[in-house]
Each structure stands twice: as structure tokens, then as C-alpha cells.
Design a protein around this ligand. Structure first.
Ligand code: NAP
Length: 250
């Protein structure tokens, strides 16, 4: 049997209740990591924690947190450290969309998406970094998006937030490299989750013209890359953006 690569490590996954986040939690737990599931949807997060415990011999914690609220974030991170005595992996995955064309975009929808998708990442990094710095080790993986690289009509707020996540990733990677903390981003293309289930069959068909691998991605396609960025074997990679998009943007 293969040795588990994340035995006794502690991982925090935001937006971990469902979709890509849930898949990341399941993957990290399958490698032995104790998982902290942070989500605004507490019931679904509890259900996911139960599923993880039934499948893998690891500990789970659930926190109902709005990632855009620094006090809630700091409280959850401090409690995680109190419980496990270390924080090895932080996956900033929680994200939302509120799409509209530029001229129709409300100030409220701009602020909300930037608050969750960009400030939420800053909040978790700020709250977690002090523990990782003390340990002289840590992995931070931020979930961006293909539209943060290439832009997308109707998503000025979302694409700006995801482009911001990439710039932030590179800055933090430079600040923390000498302290043993590696910081990378993963940029998924279109992945089958609640976020993309609104796409009509027609829209999906049209999308296939731009995706050389000719399919939508599975949440596991993203989770596998997050897993790789969490393990010892990726210890010479920092400040990078890894695309998981079926070749949609090269
Ligand atoms: P999802 O299925 O909607 O799951 C996101 C989870 O985050 C949900 O449980 C959601 O709760 C939670 N959440 C939303 N706002 C939150 C907040 N303020 N604080 C804490 N939790 C919050 O999304 P997904 O498709 O898995 O996407 C995960 C990440 O991948 C996002 O950052 C997204 O931008 C990125 N991404 C996704 C795709 C894709 O095609 N799916 C492509 C590129 C990038 P509620 O359901 O209650 O809102």
C-alpha cells in the first residue's frame, strides 16, 4: 500500500462544502490530512464532513464563516490552530459570481464579488500566515479562474477578482519564499459544479468550440492539482498559476 503523503497535516479549505472545494477536501483527506471545512452553507458543510469521516480516518472541523468578514476568519483560524497545533495547507477556494455587462453592473454586485473572491483570500492569508511563519512551512493555494487570465464579457467583477488573486499570489509568494511558505494559484476553466449548471445546452455546445479536450472539467481535475501543490514533491514551485482548463487558454 502507498504511504499517505499528508498524514497528520492540517488543511483549511474555504468553500469546502460542495463543488470544487468538496472535491479538494476529499482528496486531501484521502492522503491523511485533517480537514477544516469553511463555508457559509453550514448544513452542506456538516454533510460533507460526515462523508469525509465515513470514508477516511481523519479529523474534520466545520466553521460557518463568511470569508469576507475578517473577524470571523481570524476566529476560525485561531480555533483551528488551538485544535491541531499547526496549519499546513490553506486552500482559498470560496468564490461567487454576479454577472452583468459593464454598463449594467451595480456597485453592490461589484463590491460583493470583490469582497468574497479577493478580500476573502487576503483575509485568510493574513490570519493564517502568522502560524505558517512560526512553523517555517506552509502551502497556500488560491483558486483563480481562466477568466482571470483572459477576461470574459459579462464578468467584469469576477474576472477582476480572479486576476487580482493571481497578482496577490505572486506578491505573497515573494514575501514568504524565504520562510518556507509556497504560494500558488490554480486557474480552472469550466468545471461541472453548481456554478456552471446554469449554462444552457446551447452555451455548453458553443463552449466546446474553444475547449480542445472537448469536455467540461470535473471537480477532481482541479483537486488533483491542488493535491500536488500540497505535497513534498512540489517543493520547488512557488508563485505559479497552473491552468486546468482542457486547453481553453494556452
Ligand atoms: P460552488 O459549487 O458554488 O461552491 C462554492 C462554495 O463556497 C459554496 O458552498 C458557497 O456557499 C461557498 N461560499 C460562497 N460565498 C462564501 C463566503 N462569502 N464565505 C464562505 N463560503 C462561501 O463553486 P465552485 O464551482 O466549486 O467554485 C469554487 C471556486 O472555483 C470558486 O472560487 C470559483 O470562482 C472557482 N472556479 C470555478 C469554476 C467552475 O467552472 N465551476 C471555474 C473557474 C474557477 P453558497 O452555495 O451558500 O453560496
Amino acid at each position: 500500500m502507498c504511504e499517505k503523503k499528508l498524514l497528520n497535516k492540517t488543511a483549511i479549505v474555504t468553500g469546502g462544502a460542495q463543488g470544487i472545494g468538496k472535491s479538494i477536501v476529499l482528496k486531501l483527506a484521502s492522503e491523511g490530512a485533517n480537514c477544516v471545512i469553511v463555508d457559509i452553507d453550514q448544513q452542506t458543510a456538516e454533510d460533507t464532513a460526515k462523508e469525509v469521516s465515513s470514508l477516511h480516518n481523519v479529523e474534520t472541523l466545520v466553521f460557518k464563516v463568511d470569508v469576507s468578514n475578517y473577524q470571523e476568519v481570524a476566529n476560525c483560524v485561531d480555533k483551528t490552530y488551538e485544535k491541531f497545533g499547526r496549519i499546513d495547507i490553506l486552500v482559498n477556494n470560496a468564490g461567487i459570481t454576479k454577472d452583468n455587462l459593464v454598463l449594467r453592473m451595480s456597485e453592490e454586485d461589484w463590491d460583493k464579488v470583490l469582497d468574497v473572491n479577493l478580500k476573502g483570500v487576503f483575509n485568510f492569508i493574513k490570519a493564517t500566515a502568522k502560524y505558517m511563519l512560526k512553523q517555517h512551512s506552509g502551502r497556500i493555494i488560491n483558486i483563480s479562474s481562466v477568466v482571470g487570465l483572459m477576461g470574459n464579457p459579462g464578468q467584469i467583477n469576477y474576472s477582476a477578482s480572479k486576476g487580482g488573486v493571481i497578482a496577490l499570489t505572486k506578491t505573497v509568494a515573494k514575501e514568504f519564499a524565504s520562510r518556507g511558505i509556497l504560494v500558488n494559484a490554480v486557474a480552472p476553466g469550466y468545471i461541472k459544479t453548481k456554478m456552471t449548471e446554469k449554462l444552457s445546452e446551447e452555451q455548453k455546445k458553443k463552449l466546446m468550440e474553444y475547449i480542445p479536450l472537448n469536455r467540461l472539467g470535473e471537480p477532481e481535475d482541479v483537486a488533483n492539482v491542488v493535491w500536488f501543490l500540497s505535497i513534498e514533491e512540489s517543493s520547488y514551485i512557488t508563485g505559479q498559476v497552473i491552468s486546468v482548463n482542457g486547453g481553453m487558454y494556452m
